[in-house]
Design a protein around this ligand. Sequence first.
Ligand SMILES: *Cc1c(COP(=O)(O)O)cnc(C)c1O
Length: 454
Amino acid sequence: MRTIIEPFRIKSVEPIRMTTPAERRAFLAAAHHNLFGLRSDDVLIDLLTDSGTSAMSAEQWAAVMRGDESYAGSPSFERFEAAVRTLMPFRHVIPTHQGRAAEAILFSIVGGPGRVIPSNSHFDTTRGNIEATGAEAVDLVIPEGREPRNRHPFKGNVDLDALRELLEAHGDAVPCVMATVTNNAGGGQPVSLANLRAVADLAHAHGKPFFIDGCRFAENAWFIKRREPGQAERPVPDIVRDMFAVADGMTMSAKKDAFGNIGGWLALDDDDLAARARTRLILTEGFPTYGGLAGRDLDALAQGLAEIVDEDYLRYRIRAIEYVGERLLALGVPIVEPVGGHAIFVDARAWLPHIPPLGYPGQSLAVALYEHAGIRSCEIGTVMFGRRPDGSEEPAAMDLVRLAFPRRVYTQSHADYVVEAFEELSEHRDRLPAYRITWEPPSLRHFTARFAPA
Ligand SMILES: *Cc1c(COP(=O)(O)O)cnc(C)c1O
């Protein structure tokens, strides 16, 4: 059969409350045209993020009941630790309430003023936690990873020459080398096994540990299986184990590829580093057998980890997003190619050429998608990145709108509806307005800024 179906049935449903464009115009006005200000009940299809928005399975809900809430030595922790170590066999597994807590603990130990931490692209919380210690976060993705139409199969790869140069010139300042799989900040693009191995070799040759930000490890493994020579016949869990075999540790947001609504972990081999991390954990998160989580969360994640490497799921997951990408391209909507693991990135600057970057084409498109069809997306462009520390503005490198797909939540008719919204918008896209900011906070303005049509 050619049709790839959703590999699940639906046992419990949440109603979507239908709204009219007139109602949505009123909601937009009340939210000052900032989609973060909307109530989720007023959204038909919520593609704001894939983080923590997954649908849990019947087995995960059963695991929730199995959860043991003992303060210390809970069997829920043992099940969680075993599930992590089946895929990522690190000596120490330290649960945290989400990914950024694992980052904060790691960088509180290895970061600090004068330190430099390279990665393909640091995610914003990773960068934030590195910079909060006074260290510098450096992005070294391959040049192809910065070109929206370049169809390189592994656009998340680390630029090995740039990494070698950094290690040779400033090696003393580098406490560890990182890579993010998939490369979220770079469009959800995968990193090859060959690249992970080469990065690890380089890091180790300079005596540096290699850490993987593993948030979307299963999606990355699926791309390796489909695109990397010699990997097509290998089971996904084996590929995952190979990815982490070359690393010395990892940070993880279980709100992504563990089907969790909350959770994360820090895992690593070094006993001394682990002891320091646990000391920090007890101060900020909790006892080492629960970290920042309830026992029931640990059990739900243990089950989620078994489900996320299922090949029927991954085939459907990656194909469902690729399908939306193909249909948008057929409509002439410019997107970042090839489509990444968890999201479609629409090139709003190219699609709305009448709106200059400082008129926020991404914001205009995101607002129009909501007003026209009730779809919530996320501007990733000049609103998010265009404000300099001195308060002046400059265009971001790109003005994108991200459609991030929650896991196992929406069906193909929802996807068709999203495509149809673009089809209808394309007819009057030359009339979508530019926006101006009427109020903004001094930093991270995209969450709370107020907008008005210019
Ligand atoms: C989401 C994410 C994080 C942070 O995780 P939280 O659970 O949101 O704190 C870190 N790195 C990447 C690549 C992510 O996608």
